[in-house]
Design a protein around this ligand. Structure first.
Ligand code: ADE
Ligand code: ZN
Length: 336
């Protein structure tokens, strides 16, 4: 994007973020500060040494470091500080609404009560001007029994949950493995999403839709390998929460010029742009927009579509959607 005006458009436009793992917003500086506060020993000597370890070859090589980073989170205030830091950045990036993933099993496995996790994240959300929703993610490398136990543990906090999701190691852990826990979540009127088609095949996107009955696909970029699936996703207006910098860092695409975001939009798929794990992948949501618009021949019309898609694909009611969609339209009219 040589065009400074386009850069100002994508950074200044109102937007929603629909794919952010809150533990992935933990910056190395905060990891070290929390390690010190909680007397946790890290296998890295300095912030620089930790940052230097952020060279990933695939999803698993990232997840190993991501779970190690999350090990410094022990007290409610830790979860508050992490979430408050993310929301400050999101506000700067003109994020009006964020649907935030969290991974309770990463914490309960270390003896941290789920109430500590949810209370800290929730309190930071209440203190932010950014509108928020919380999505509890099940770790797909663990068993479905463990996912069911986690959902039951979370039930006293049901009113604070928007939905459930599915993340962690995709290949070898297909959506079918979590059919029963998603059925239970559906009975509880929780909104349903799942990571599918990040490293896994289009068949995982199909089973996330057919078996889990998800309402949004996280990543989904590999759908283009299957023309019938693309036709279905377009027909159903099924949103994909695309994370450009993540896809480059985890080598889903060789470089940003080879990313398929433009093809997804040109196919009329409801693609959105998100940050995934901003502290690990080199940037927050606006950095993702800038990187994609610099490398790909995306236009002002694409920017507007992406902003509108982000609100349309969110789980807020139609009235609130309308307010933000009107704000997007006014923003683009003014920036004519
Ligand atoms: N957990 C955090 N980020 C993730 C990603 N991109 N894919 C799967 N699980 C994750
Ligand atoms: Zn993700």
């Amino acid at each position: 994007m040589h065009d400074e005006q386009l850069r100002q458009l994508v950074t200044g436009m109102p937007k929603a973020e629909l794919h952010i793992h809150i533990e992935g917003s933990l910056e190395p500086e905060l990891i070290f500060a929390l390690a010190q506060r909680n007397s946790v020993t890290l296998p890295y000597d300095s912030v620089e040494a930790l940052r230097a370890a952020y060279a990933f070859s695939d999803l698993q090589s990232f997840l190993d470091i991501y779970y190690a980073g999350a090990s410094v989170l022990l007290a409610e205030q830790d979860f508050y500080d992490m979430t408050a830091a993310y929301l400050r950045r999101a506000e700067q990036d003109n994020v009006r609404h964020a649907e935030i993933f969290f991974d309770p099993q990463t914490h309960t496995a270390r003896g941290v009560p789920i109430a500590t996790v949810i209370d800290g994240i929730w309190r930071a959300c209440q203190d932010s001007p950014v509108s928020t929703g919380l999505i509890l993610c099940f770790l797909r490398h663990l068993s479905e029994e463990e996912a069911i136990a986690t959902l039951e543990e979370a039930l006293p906090h049901r009113a604070r949950l928007l939905g459930v999701g599915l993340d962690s190691s995709e290949v070898g852990n297909p959506p079918e493995k979590f059919a029963r826990v998603f059925e239970r979540a559906r009975q509880l009127d929780l909104r349903l999403v799942a990571h599918a088609g990040e490293e896994g095949p289009p068949a995982y996107i199909e089973s996330a839709l057919d078996v889990l009955q998800v309402e949004r696909i996280d990543h989904g970029v590999r759908c283009l390998d299957d023309a019938n699936l693309v036709a279905r996703l377009v027909r159903e207006q099924m949103a994909l929460t695309v994370c450009p910098l993540s896809n480059i860092k985890l080598r889903v695409f060789g470089d940003m010029a080879g990313h398929n975001l433009l093809e997804l939009l040109d196919a009329r798929l409801v693609a959105t742009v998100n940050s995934d794990d901003p502290a690990y992948f080199g940037g927050y949501i606006n950095d993702n927009f800038i990187a994609a618009f610099e490398a790909l021949p995306l236009t002002r019309a694409h920017a507007r579509t992406l902003a509108r898609n982000s609100f349309n694909a969110s789980f807020v009611d139609d009235e609130r959607k309308r307010v933000w969609l009107d704000e997007v339209d006014a923003f683009f009219a003014e920036a004519a």
